[in-house]
Design a protein around this ligand. Structure first.
Ligand SMILES: [Cu+2]
Length: 124
């Protein structure tokens, strides 16, 4: 084995070990709550193309709205519309960047998604 192959194998094994176990869905889950911090976890970091799903177990309707949607439509990355009680909202993945978001109905509810570029290893 060349050292290059060993490094590659290590990377692949690392990817698999980081993959969620069979019982865990392959998306990042964010739970909507009625009290602070409202979005749990409030701050999430995912890699490019990694899906994210919000779950609403509360008795109220909420939205998951990128703050860019509030200012200029061109900057709007995602807007869930109403997420009903027991409803969910899923994003298939986002381009690298930082995406603050709020609930349109309760603007005190705020969270942020940070998307890192998965093609650039961050710890080498
Ligand atoms: Cu809300």
């Amino acid at each position: 084995m060349t050292s290059r192959m060993i490094i590659l194998t290590g990377l692949i094994l690392g990817l698999f070990s980081a993959w969620p176990t069979a019982a865990t869905p392959p998306y990042t889950a964010i739970i909507i709550e009625s009290g602070s911090p409202y979005f749990v976890p409030k701050s999430v970091t995912v890699s490019t193309g990694s899906p994210i799903k919000w779950e609403n177990p509360t008795a109220a309707e909420h939205t998951v709205t990128h703050t860019g949607c509030l200012e200029d439509g061109d900057q709007c990355a995602f807007d869930s519309g109403l997420v009903l009680p027991n409803g969910t909202f899923a994003l298939p993945g986002l381009a690298p960047g930082r995406y603050p978001y709020i609930c349109r109905i309760h603007p005190i509810m705020r969270g942020v998604i940070t998307v890192t570029d998965s093609s650039v290893p961050s710890q080498l």
